[in-house]
Design a protein around this ligand. Structure first.
Ligand SMILES: [Zn+2]
Length: 270
């Protein structure tokens, strides 16, 4: 089993996109943070009808100006991976500036829908409305489903869903893709190995949570303090959300019980 090795990179250029693959440029928004890394990636993808912009990014006028300036020719359309503010905040301003058509789950871009060389894959888990956009040449824009610099935050339902996240990862494993371009962080050149390691990491985390509950009932903060060592205090809330998502999945599977804020293992039924 391959180990999970995250990818880091130097501070990327600001305000100007740079090439990450033939015909594909990446523009990093100015919203760095522990969950967003250097910032949200906006991709500018060349096509015969103009530029496709994938994820407008946060609501930031300078970022929108940089997108429009870099697109040069007509913005043919806008693809949206999901509706979180760090990806979709600039959508109204970009639509106003370009008049481009929007493809997103909310706008009815259905799972498996084809648009020329593109296929939209409905991949919930991080967000209920999450789409990955796959090209038929093996390039997949993974949004926040698969990040390169860290694990994705999976919150409890309704927006997050750990079981759906694992199903979405397994779905990616059935594909034979060559390159992932994520919503935050650098490109992933070994998609299959990376996703397999992510899935293994999640299953280990789930096993560790259930193991900890075998020693006695615990709250979510108890579990985070026990399992996330050392814990970056800036990431405490997202660690708690992820543990809660694991517990919600285990509850649905009948493996744990919840009494208020206290979780325990479910009695074995014979
Ligand atoms: Zn997100």
């Amino acid at each position: 089993m391959s180990a999970l090795v995250f990818l880091t990179e130097a501070e990327p250029p600001r305000g100007e996109p740079f090439w990450v693959a033939p015909g594909i440029r990446r523009l990093v928004a100015d919203n760095a943070g522990p969950l967003t890394y250097h910032g949200t990636n906006t991709y500018l993808i060349d096509g015969v009808a103009g530029t496709t912009v994938l994820d407008p990014g946060p609501d930031n006028a300078a970022h929108v100006r940089a997108i429009v300036a870099a697109a040069g020719r007509k913005v043919a359309r806008i693809f949206l991976s999901h509706g979180h503010a760090d990806h979709a905040g600039a959508l109204p301003a970009l639509v106003a500036a370009t008049g481009a058509a929007v493809f997103s789950f909310a706008r009815g871009t259905m799972d498996g829908a084809h648009e020329g060389i593109w296929t939209a894959l409905h991949t919930p888990g991080h967000a209920a409305d999450h789409l990955c956009f796959a090209r038929n040449d093996g390039v997949v824009f993974t949004g926040d489903l698969v990040l390169s610099f860290a694990t994705t935050v999976i919150g409890p339902p309704p927006d997050g869903d750990m079981a759906a996240y694992m199903t979405s990862l397994r779905r990616l494993l059935t594909r034979d893709d060559a390159l992932y371009l994520p919503g935050h962080g650098p490109s992933i050149a070994d998609p299959h190995g990376f996703v397999a390691a992510l899935l293994a990491h999640r299953m280990q985390r789930e096993a560790a949570i259930l193991q900890a509950l075998c020693a006695g009932p615990r709250t979510v903060p108890d579990l985070v303090a026990q399992l996330y060592v050392p814990l970056d205090v800036r990431l405490r809330a997202s660690a708690e959300a992820t543990v809660a998502a694991h517990l919600s999945k285990a509850l649905a599977e009948g493996r744990v019980e919840r009494h208020g804020e206290v979780w325990s293992t479910a009695p074995q039924r014979t």
